[in-house]
Every structure is written in structure tokens, then in C-alpha cells.
Design a protein around this ligand. Structure first.
Ligand code: NAD
Length: 476
């Protein structure tokens, strides 16, 4: 069986304990991963802290940090195929998606490479002629970055990129479900030439590795992507070290189709909006709100597309829907569907687990027009399941869209420009996509409200979040 190594203080080791990683396409163990224990995490944080204070890193110019990040981006691009294959193998994310996403990962590192020497302080024109006052922007310290299994290379890039650009150091905890891509990434990072300890990558379980990391006294900031319950535990743990937090959590994003929308384009966007990444995406457009005048026509299009999706092995370029990452995810989808059917939802298509090895789950659509309180409307599946509600008026669409504890993403499909503007103002979410869905750019902030978390990733603001302001008073 293949085995992977953790990356601490610029060296690789197998760790004091190991666990088996399962191949989602078969359910069989395929590789051994290091299981970071308290001592490993402590070693990683100490290494990051030493690196943070070291002349090699703390004394490096911002543009030199930027050059290292450019070098890293080039190495990612050169190793894109290997990274994509390993992510597909360990998480079940289909190869056509991992390949496409790795190109983006390199772009995010390039964007933050370019920002490294543009993080500026300020001079204050205060009312005292014998004083000079200015603000220095300094890195906040050691960052604990914690990611879930889906899109780990991407979700870590939006933390590591801005943190290193700002001059911080990082301990990244990969997900216990499919950590291999991050351990493969460690080998590539190691070639880029950063001083040792600037980035450390550990893999282990939340209860030990995650908890020890987030309450470590030398951690200054926790950048987390994952579920709301874990976020609560992280906030409780960060009460120990008073670390700041940024939380990118789940969603139940509304995808709103008005009867004047271009239905073909909306249907294509809805299919990728919910079924891409086999639905394991925080911004999945998982609540379709469709105006009753076009509901039947739109659902007929979606049903046909869902039933035509090619379900298959994740490493096949022809596959459109691969397995879920874990058996737990599949059981969660099954239970949520069963409860929702009991609560009055009706099945439009899908819902039945195929008779094959691996954690496969078919594209599924539930009509909840007469079961608006059903669990499938309020709870996140994190799987390929779309819940649909018909509406009559714009006000009703707004009320339905905002009737959620989450507030991450949203989509509006209409050809009426003034209505689009009204919807943009009315929807409470961190992202509004109009006549498109899932568009991303390193320049565009990304994040949510309420149960979707706080803080933003992407853009200049994300790099500033990894800095602190020092106010300097100088008597002249
Ligand atoms: P999870 O919260 O169970 O796990 C995420 C990470 O947190 C894992 O690495 C896990 O080991 C770690 N963890 C668990 N307990 C911990 C603890 N006590 N202390 C510190 N770390 C701990 O999430 P998941 O089920 O793996 O991922 C799915 C969730 O992630 C969904 O809710 C999804 O919406 C969300 N997500 C959000 C975004 C976003 O950008 N907003 C992106 C992708 C996924």
C-alpha cells in the first residue's frame, strides 16, 4: 500500500501513527496516511513560530516573498497532472474537475505573489507639528489553516497564498477524508525554496490534531473551512489563545429562476450549480426557487439533464458524476431524503443508491412546493440533491431566498434588468450571481453571513486579514 508523509519544519516523516485512507470509488483502503498526534502538532506550530521570527523569513523583503510564491505557482502548474490524479484518487472528485481546478490553484498563488509587495502602511497627517505618525502593516503570526476534503488544494490556496504574501507562517491541517493531495502538495512546496517551517502540513483527526492546533498558545489566527458544528468547537478552543478566526462554512444557496429567464442557460447553470463536485460544494445552488409559470418546463429540462449525467469512475475523463467522498456522506444524503419524503416532498428523479461498489449517489431532484419546511429545504446535503419550490411573485421569491440560517451564495436568472437590481439588493448572501453561477476569480472576495461564517477569502482584503496594524509615534 502506498504511504504518505507529513511535512514539519522542512522535513518529511511518516508520523508516530498512521491511518488508512479509503478509495471512494471502491471503498477499499489504498494508502497509509500519518495521523498527527498532539506532539506532532506542537512540533509543527513551534517550527512555524521559529520560522515566523527567523531572519530568513521575517527579514525577507516582500518582493522576495512574492518571487517564492510565483515559483510555487509555476511548480503547481508543472505538476498539475500528478496533483489532479492524486486528489481524484483520494477524494473521488472527478478528474475533469480536479484538472480544471488546479489551473485555478496556480492562478490564486500568482495573484497573491503579485500582492505581496503591495500591502502598504499609511502616514497620518495628525494635528501635532512635532510628531510623525504612521501605520505599519505587519504579519499577524502563525496561522492555523484547516480544510475539509472537497477541493483541498483550492481551499488551502486561498489561505496559504494571502498568509505567506503577508509574511505569516502556516500550519495546515488537511482533512482526514482524503489528505493525499495536501501531502503531495507538500513535496512541491518543498521545492519552491521557502525557508524551513514557513509551511507545515499535518494530517489527523479533528478531535486531537484539530483541537490541539486551534488552541495552541502560539497560533494567532485560525482560518477554517468546514461545517458549522466544527466552527463552534474551534471558537470554543480559540477562547484559550484568543486567536482571531475566519470561518467559511456551509450553505443552502437559493437559485432563483423567473419566468422571463433564458431557460436553457439557467438549466445548464443549475445542473453545474448543484451536480458539480457531486454536490460537495459549499456554494451548491441547492434550493431551486422557480416561478410557477415556467416550473414544469424548467423541471422537465433539469430531469432530462440529471438522468443523462454519466455516473462513473472518477479517473475517467468522460465521467460527470463520481462517488461521494465518504460512506458517511452517502448515508447522510439517504437519511435526509427519507425524512423529507415523509415530510411531504416528492421525488422527481434519482434518490436510489446504485448497486455498485464505492460511494456513488445519483443526481436527485425533490419537489418541495407543498413541503416548504421539509429538512431538504433547510439542511445542507453536501451531495447531488436539488430541492425545488415554486413561487408566484418577486416578493415571495425574496422571502423564500432569505428564509435560511445560511447566507453564502445565490443565483438570479432573469432578463429584467431592474428586477435583477432589486434582487441583488434584497438577497442576504455573500455572493449574488446574476445569469451565471459559480464564477470565481482570485480578485473577488468569497464568504458568507450567519451560519455560513464570517470573513472573506480572495482579493486584497483577504491578505490584509493576515496583517495587524502597528501605530508608530515619532517625536521629531
Ligand atoms: P468538518 O467541519 O467536519 O471538517 C472540516 C475540517 O475540520 C477537517 O479537517 C476536520 O478534521 C477538522 N476538524 C474537525 N473537528 C475539529 C476540531 N474540533 N477542531 C479543529 N478542526 C476540526 O467539515 P466536512 O464535513 O469535512 O466538510 C464539509 C463542510 O465544509 C460543509 O458544511 C461545507 O459546506 C463546508 N465547506 C465550506 C466551504 C466555504 O468556502 N464556505 C467550502 C467547502 C466546504
Amino acid at each position: 500500500m502506498q504511504s504518505f508523509q507529513q511535512y514539519i519544519d522542512g522535513t518529511f516523516d511518516a508520523g508516530s501513527a498512521q491511518f488508512e485512507s479509503l478509495d471512494p470509488a471502491t471503498g477499499a483502503p489504498w494508502a497509509l496516511m500519518p495521523e498527527a498526534k498532539s506532539a506532532d502538532v506542537d512540533r509543527a506550530v513551534e517550527a512555524a513560530h521559529r520560522a515566523f521570527l527567523s531572519p530568513e523569513w521575517a527579514g525577507m523583503t516582500a518582493s522576495a516573498r512574492g518571487k517564492l510564491l510565483y515559483r510555487l505557482a509555476d511548480l503547481i502548474a508543472e505538476n498539475a497532472q500528478a496533483l489532479a490524479e492524486i486528489e481524484t484518487r483520494d477524494t473521488g472528485k472527478i478528474i475533469r474537475e480536479t484538472r480544471a481546478q488546479i489551473a485555478y490553484v496556480a492562478e490564486y498563488y500568482r495573484y497573491y505573489a503579485g500582492l505581496a509587495d503591495k500591502i502598504e502602511g499609511a502616514h497620518l497627517p495628525i494635528d501635532k507639528p512635532d510628531m510623525e505618525v504612521w501605520l505599519r502593516r505587519e504579519p499577524i503570526g502563525v496561522v492555523a489553516a484547516i480544510v475539509p476534503w472537497n477541493s483541498q488544494l483550492f481551499l488551502s490556496a486561498v489561505k496559504i497564498g494571502p498568509a505567506l504574501a503577508a509574511g505569516c507562517t502556516v500550519v495546515l491541517k488537511a482533512s482526514e477524508d482524503g489528505p493525499a493531495p495536501m501531502l503531495e502538495f507538500a513535496k512541491i512546496f518543498d521545492q519552491a525554496g521557502f525557508p524551513k517551517g514557513v509551511l507545515n502540513i499535518v494530517t489527523g483527526f479533528g478531535a486531537e490534531c484539530g483541537a490541539v492546533l486551534t488552541r495552541h498558545p502560539k497560533v494567532a489566527h485560525v482560518a477554517f473551512t468546514g461545517g458549522p458544528e466544527t466552527a463552534r468547537q474551534i471558537i470554543r478552543n480559540s477562547a484559550e489563545n484568543l486567536a482571531s478566526t475566519s470561518l467559511e462554512l456551509g450553505g443552502k444557496s437559493p437559485f432563483i429562476v423567473f419566468d422571463d429567464a433564458d431557460l436553457d442557460s439557467a438549466a445548464n447553470a443549475q445542473v453545474s450549480g448543484i451536480f458539480a463536485a457531486t454536490g460537495q460544494s459549499c456554494v451548491a445552488g441547492s434550493r431551486l426557487l422557480v416561478q410557477n409559470g415556467v416550473k414544469d418546463a424548467f423541471l422537465a429540462r433539469l430531469k432530462a439533464k440529471a438522468e443523462a449525467c454519466i455516473i462513473g469512475p472518477p479517473d475517467d475523463m468522460g465521467t460527470e458524476i463520481g462517488p461521494l467522498c465518504t460512506a458517511r456522506q452517502r448515508a447522510h444524503a439517504q437519511e435526509l431524503i427519507a425524512r423529507s419524503l415523509d415530510q411531504g416532498a416528492t421525488l422527481v428523479t434519482g434518490g436510489t443508491v446504485p448497486d455498485r461498489a464505492g460511494y456513488y449517489f445519483p443526481p436527485t431532484i425533490l419537489d418541495c412546493t407543498h413541503a416548504r419546511e421539509a429538512d431538504c429545504i433547510t439542511q445542507e446535503f453536501f451531495g447531488p440533491v436539488l430541492s425545488v419550490v415554486g413561487f408566484d411573485t418577486e416578493d415571495e421569491a425574496i422571502a423564500l431566498a432569505n428564509d435560511t440560517a445560511f447566507g453564502l451564495a445565490s443565483g438570479v436568472f432573469t432578463q429584467n434588468l431592474t428586477r435583477a437590481h432589486r434582487m441583488i439588493r434584497a438577497i442576504r448572501a455573500g455572493i449574488v450571481w446574476v445569469n451565471t453561477y459559480r464564477a470565481v476569480s482570485p480578485m473577488a472576495p468569497f464568504g458568507g453571513h450567519g451560519m455560513s461564517g464570517h470573513g472573506r477569502e480572495g482579493g486584497l482584503a483577504a491578505a490584509l486579514d493576515y496583517t495587524t496594524v502597528k501605530t508608530v509615534w515619532l517625536r521629531t
